[in-house]
Design a protein around this ligand. Structure first.
Ligand SMILES: [Zn+2]
Length: 311
């Protein structure tokens, strides 16, 4: 991947140093831009161009030019960031979020007997070529991951379990500050169907309270450990204020993908699961895993979108 395959040939160091400096400058300016996509529309830059008379409106074409220039710069920054982080190609830009969120129902075969419970699903209904990246548990707290995802502007959602997160609440605060939504993956990562309703409720509501206390926001999404649940799980989740229960259609590792569907492929709206893990647990680092999953996603023509824009 990119950086690793760079072969030193002759006296190339001064040139490489200059290239690196330019790269860092470009990436730094990209990071200064708002990461939520707001403030990028035409007319966002209201200031007249240098040399333009004071008080004279810049006009629609000027605003459009500024917008086009901004998009061009963002794309260039993405290309540079992809190179810096060793991606085989730059991530594709997600389309604008839907004006109205799609209506989500429980996937066939995933129902319980209960009615009016939060929907359980593995794919979000959409025709857009987007997938959603979700990262679970919280064991590995790699600062490189935060930098990488911010510089590449890849959105993701975290499903956190307190027994791992409490080792370093600050790490996930930085993640939240970078625009990542933090969701519920229970206090202690137990096998939920093995617990009573009361015990399940303690696991789920307890994590809602912890995230609210530590991060100031009550999650709307909950994912049961191992994807295992029963009717009591969904009843408890609902009682704790959970709106939806996203599972996953595929799982990413540093060396492979695992697929739920028979066609072993991505589909519009698929939720991709992965974990906060390190080299002790699997064959690579968090950045290695991201390189691998992004290679698959981009090669198949998909962009990563924000789950919370759709659910
Ligand atoms: Zn888990």
């Amino acid at each position: 991947m990119g950086l690793r395959y760079e072969k030193p040939r002759g006296v190339r160091h001064p040139r490489r140093a200059v290239a690196t400096a330019l790269l860092v400058a470009a990436v730094a300016s990209a990071c200064a831009a708002p990461s939520d996509g707001s403030g990028g529309g035409p007319g966002a830059q209201g200031r007249p161009a240098p040399g333009q008379p004071q008080g004279q409106p810049q006009g629609a074409s000027g605003a459009l030019n500024a917008y086009v220039e901004k998009i061009r710069k963002q794309r260039a920054a993405r290309v540079l960031a992809a190179k810096k982080w060793g991606l085989d190609r730059p991530p594709l830009e997600a389309p604008a979020p839907p004006a109205v969120k799609p209506k989500i129902t429980t996937r066939k075969g995933f129902e319980t007997d209960g009615e009016g419970l939060p929907p359980v699903f593995t794919t979000v209904p959409t025709k857009e070529k987007v997938v959603f990246l979700t990262i679970d548990d919280g064991a590995e707290k790699d600062p490189e991951l935060l930098r990488m995802m911010s510089e590449l502007r890849i959105p993701y959602s975290a499903f956190l379990s307190d027994y791992l997160v409490k080792e370093d609440y600050g790490y996930f605060k930085k993640m939240q500050d970078a625009g990542v939504s933090l969701h519920n993956h229970t206090l202690n990562h137990r096998y939920m169907p093995g617990l009573s309703y009361t015990a399940q409720k303690r696991e789920i509501c307890g994590m809602q309270d912890t995230i609210q206390k530590r991060y100031g926001k009550r999650p709307s999404l909950f994912r049961p450990p191992y994807g295992n649940y029963n009717e009591n799980t969904l009843r408890a989740a609902k009682a704790c204020g959970v709106k939806a229960v996203p599972l996953w259609a595929s799982e990413a590792f540093p060396d492979r993908m695992e697929w739920r569907e028979w066609d072993r492929d991505l589909h519009p709206g698929d939720i991709v699961l992965t974990h906060f893990r390190g080299k002790e647990d699997w064959k690579g680092s968090m950045p290695d895993m991201i390189r691998r999953v992004m290679s698959t996603i981009t090669a198949k023509g998909y962009a990563v979108a924000r789950l919370e824009d759709y659910v």
